[in-house]
Design a protein around this ligand. Structure first.
Ligand code: GLN
Length: 456
């Protein structure tokens, strides 16, 4: 793995060539959908020629292929957008470019970011960086794997219900899902607008902090953005940390619990207090998520009609045009979510499902707010198991959804959550712990992770 400092002060052209070479060498992992080689080299040449360097001058990175970026199509891993060339760049990419960072490629994902293994990509799955028979995690699987393989020091992802945190833990890297609204969503393919967040993968907490600081802040194109609050923080001594009881049950893999307990020991030995806490409502979090998120998906994906963007099917009538374009453009999981979403929003079921889920979500937010008045940070696993085998859950959506049970709460409540590598299972698979904090405490979470980096 590499870190940002390995690329600072070196020629940008050399950095880009090195990253592209590494990407080509690791082709078998299928972590990338495209390289943006030509544009990257052009930018690198210009950066080498300029006197005033940005905070990420000449540092190569990779973006998940649902970020609008120049140099290659933005496919969202779907047939729909297979040939879609972005007319503009995402705010997050623009901000990184202002500081001199160079996007060298687009990473694989579950189509439209629906999934938890990258097996829903129209173009085939990404393989886990540590064990090629296992999934990369998802939906930002490609971004996690390129970071873990050392192709680039950081990569961008989106996290709507765990898509940064889960693949980060499956591949042994840091992953941050920031506070909702911390980074502009402008120019990123929408999934569920009330939980979509933009974050990154990195190999250490300081790099994640730097990248987030560059990307964060108000954007007039996204009314939900907050002012930048990513000022680099020092760790607060003697924090009170709550272990979420509902995440440490017998159903959770023993190795996963062991790695959380190891991290807890580190927290205690560095002067923090750790106690068990309980949020009984968590048992409904997955149900809330899989009502609210499909509802928003069905609304956001209505724009893919075969007329406005991307692929248009041959058809004799307008309804055929919609139907055939969508049939070919979406994968099964996209269709499933559009159907569930349309169902829970339909007039006969709206009150029974969607409204109930929204009311329950408010109760969950209240429960977390209350807990975070007494505790600085909440801790638990990221997922119930380490990376599973390719094909193990792909044919059973419910099994796949169940692996999101520990990540969706921070998404529904808009709270920042990070996945921190915390060792390996006996068979060598990476495991991560999840730290959750109050809204806008992102830098504090990273500071805590940083302070323990040496000892993990
Ligand atoms: N695995 C979750 C889902 O399928 C999370 C997806 C995401 O965060 N984009 O919805």
């Amino acid at each position: 793995m590499t870190s940002i400092s390995d690329y600072m002060g070196t020629s940008a052209v050399v950095n880009v060539k090195r990253a592209i070479e590494a990407a080509k060498q690791h082709d078998e992992f299928h972590a990338l959908l495209a390289l943006t080689e030509e544009r990257a080299l052009e930018r690198a040449t210009k950066i080498d020629e300029t006197e005033v360097k940005g905070r990420l001058a000449g540092v190569p990175f990779i973006a998940k292929d649902n970020f609008l970026a120049f140099g290659a199509p933005t496919t969202a891993a779907s047939h729909f957008l297979e040939k879609f060339n972005a007319p503009l760049q995402a705010t997050a990419i623009e901000k990184l470019e202002v500081e001199g960072a160079i996007c060298i490629g687009k990473a694989n994902l579950d189509a439209f970011a629906h999934g938890g293994s990258t097996e829903n990509s129209t173009f085939g799955p990404t393989l886990n960086a540590v064990d090629k028979e296992r999934v990369a995690g998802g939906s930002s699987g490609g971004s996690a794997v390129v970071t873990a393989l050392g192709i680039v020091p950081f990569a961008l992802g989106t996290d709507t219900g765990g898509s940064i945190r889960q693949p980060a833990s499956f591949n042994g890297v840091y992953g941050i899902k920031p506070t909702y609204g911390a980074v502009s969503r402008y120019g990123v393919v929408a999934m569920a607008s009330s939980t979509d967040t933009i974050g990154c993968f990195a190999t250490n907490a300081s790099d994640a902090e730097l990248v987030m600081d560059v990307m964060a802040g108000r954007d007039s194109h996204d009314a939900t953005t907050l002012p930048d609050f990513f000022e680099i923080a020092d760790v607060k001594p003697g924090q009170k940390i709550g272990v979420i009881k509902e995440f440490m049950t017998d159903d959770v893999d023993a190795d996963v619990k062991k790695s959380v307990n190891n991290y807890i020991d580190k927290l205690k030995s560095t002067g923090h207090t750790v106690e068990e806490v309980s949020v009984p409502l968590l048992k409904y979090a997955l149900a809330m998520y899989y009502i609210i998120v499909p509802a928003e998906i069905s609304s956001n994906l209505a724009r893919y009609d075969g007329v406005r963007y991307g692929k248009r099917a041959e058809a004799g009538s307008l309804s055929d045009l919609y139907g055939k374009s969508r049939d070919d453009g979406f994968v099964d999981e996209n269709k499933r979510r559009i159907m569930i979403g349309s169902y829970v929003l339909s007039s006969g079921f709206f009150d029974a499902y969607y409204m109930q889920a929204q009311k329950a979500r408010t109760l969950l937010i209240n429960a977390f707010n209350e807990l975070l008045e007494s505790y600085d940070v909440l801790i638990g696993p990221v997922t119930p198991t380490p990376a599973f085998k390719l094909g193990e859950k792909a044919s059973d959506p419910i099994k796949m959804y169940l692996s999101d049970m520990m990540t969706v709460a921070a998404s529904l409540t808009g709270m920042p959550a990070i996945s921190v590598p915390s060792g390996n299972t006996n068979s060598g698979l990476p495991v991560g712990v999840q730290l959750i904090g109050q809204r806008r405490s992102d830098a504090q979470l990273l500071a805590l992770a940083k302070s323990l980096e040496e000892s993990v």
